[in-house]
Design a protein around this ligand. Sequence first.
Ligand code: LLP
Length: 412
Amino acid sequence: MNILKKIPVKKKKLLSLIKKYKTPLWLYHAKTIKKQIFKLKKFNIIRFAQKACSNIHILKLMKKYGTKVDAVSLGEIERAIKAGFKKNSNDIIYTSDIIDNETLRKVIEYNIPINIGSIDMIKKIGKKSKNHKIWIRINPGFGHGHNKKTNTGGKNSKHGIWNTKLALDLIKKYKLNLIGLHMHIGSGVDYRHLKKVCNAMIQEAEKINCKLSYISAGGGLTIPYKTSDKEININNYYEIWENARKRISKKLNCKMKLEIEPGRFLVAESGFLISKIESIKEVDKRKFILVNVGFNELIRPTLYGSYHYISILPKDNRKINYLDTFEAIIGGPLCESGDIFTQKKDNSIYTIKIPKVKYGDYIIFHDVGAYGSSMSSNYNSRPLIPEILIKNKKIIQIRRRQTIEEMLSLEI
Ligand code: LLP
């Protein structure tokens, strides 16, 4: 058990918060989000990929701290508008590989630029909205991800435009207004790929050979989930992309801005999931600690074998002795064997060292601000849990707990 990762809230405050809002709950720390945004300030535009954490109040924070926003569904567009991002502007970009009729109508009504991921989208928009501002999301033929499921480039990916020449012909035919090129090859930065990605962007821009206003590096910046993980070198990352921007700008003879579109990097470390130990049971000789959150709340370990650091909050005044540990598997309440937080990519489960804990103590999952709450569900008919934001030392409830009645009301 490593004790290096801290929670930015004092124990007493945490316990009083738990008393008031009950567990399980999501907790976010506004200052951490601000700090992460600041690290990217060299980029001309920071566009938050809200799929990582789409609570309206988190979006409001993003707006306040100067980011723009990416939306991948009509729901995300409406969230962004509720949070104060403006229609008829560059505030929101709709990114997708498809566009249904309802979304198309709204995107035209709100005059929102579209980042296009398929030829069919070009035709659909072109027929309805001449001069619409669009980007092309390019699939450069290769990708990278922390898991096969998060790799968004190459032959096995459904994302992006493969045939840029065909796309360009159609864009001209329909008189669409191409303003930018976008490349998101997956989640999890690997510097070995970065130069290759930037070179691919330069080549695509040369092929397109028309004046553009933006290039986007997409998302994918990772964070140190494990205490042994290194932080990524943002300066290095920026320099490589900035060089690409300069080269393209020179080649196309136009002024261009460099965008970045992070999700995880901005919010992951700001989020905590607080759960309560409901059972410490033995199966054969193995110990299972079962908490009151499952993969319906946090699906990353089950879906990708993702690791989340765990810390312990005792329910009383006991001091936790991190040197006196035992091996345990951490699981949730769901009626499904895959509801285990300590599992690898191949779905095999492993034990972690846990200090002596008691029934009723709290287990806190770290770095869950990205793809935590936003990927949660009502599986096993479990209501969505509250989200609490700590901002300027104030505790603000930014989503209340869903009731069972609310959950059932859609069907009644
Ligand atoms: N831009 C586009 C077009 C994307 O598809 C994504 C993520 C991002 C930006 C932000 O990527 P990020 O900076 O957060 O890595 N659920 C997975 C991640 C899937 C991401 C899908 N697209 C996870 O929990 O790791």
